[in-house]
Design a protein around this ligand. Sequence first.
Ligand code: ADE
Ligand code: ZN
Length: 350
Amino acid sequence: MTHTLPAIAPGRLPALLAAMPKAELHIHIEGSLEPEMVFALARRNGVALPWASVQELRRAYAFTDLQSFLDLYYQGAAVLRTEEDFYDLALAYLARAAMDNVVHAEIFFDPQTHTARGVAMDTVVRGLARACMDARQRHGIGATLILSFLRHLSEREAFETLEQALPLREHFIGVGLDSSELGHPPEKFERVFRRCRELGLHLVAHAGEEGPPAYIWQALDLLHAERIDHGVQAVHDAALVRRLASERIPLTVCPLSNQKLQVFPDLRQHNLKALLDAGLAATANSDDPAYFGGYLNENLRQVFDATGMGARHAWQLAHHSFEASFAPAADKARWNELLLDAFERHAASR
Ligand code: ADE
Ligand code: ZN
């Protein structure tokens, strides 16, 4: 799309990044669980914690790779027990996202980490869905849910999870695939995703976060994923990059996550700018903001600072986030108008 964008003075870029409307397409609701809320919910539910204080828990957020993070992430999620807990968690995230001018969020949830502890699927989904409804009234932000299968568990467990969730089908728009990537290729879930496709669910999958380009090919060809979550390893395969560009397959990239999990230990090495410049439909997202040091605008601020992206990249990221969302076309058109308004408000002549 070739838009004539108003010129933005470099000094106005940070304000524009913060103010522009945007969609968030890669956020794990359990990853928005702030340490303060871990302690508050542990107290409310009588759950014993292995950390003496919020500060001690925060100090444990020093990750060497994806698995070192996931170990802590699942431990933290263990304080979530009641429908109210899931409601409070999601409403807090949506209030925070609205402050970053996120107009629409598509939120992952990991039911298996909760059902394994004896929490009912109903409790999880109803709490999250009620928060999504209330957030629209209270904070003017739209939100939908995507059920994510844990790929370190079996195909059979994924099928069981799908069966448990189907009575609540109206509350989620699609399915995803997350957790430990290496050793758990997308092909493991081909039949589960085929079933989800027959059911008319949207399909996305984490691929190419730590895993090889082959996992991205599998997510596309075997799972029929409509978006690739992360996908930053695609750059190691020129044919894959050409395919992602020509088919406009969105990548939901998460800069601070990639830095904290040592995918790009130095944000200056991050390839988001290169992906955009190669014509890919990349978006920026926060992944697990409570663990990685920032919500969406902080991700934008730091990655723009580190890689020298400019106003056109800002427009591309926001525009791609709308186009890649599973929202109705009329919403996308409205958000694109708001995006141009934001550019005009921040233009050089103003
Ligand atoms: N679950 C939560 N965050 C994740 C990530 N970055 N990769 C895989 N699974 C996740
Ligand atoms: Zn993720």
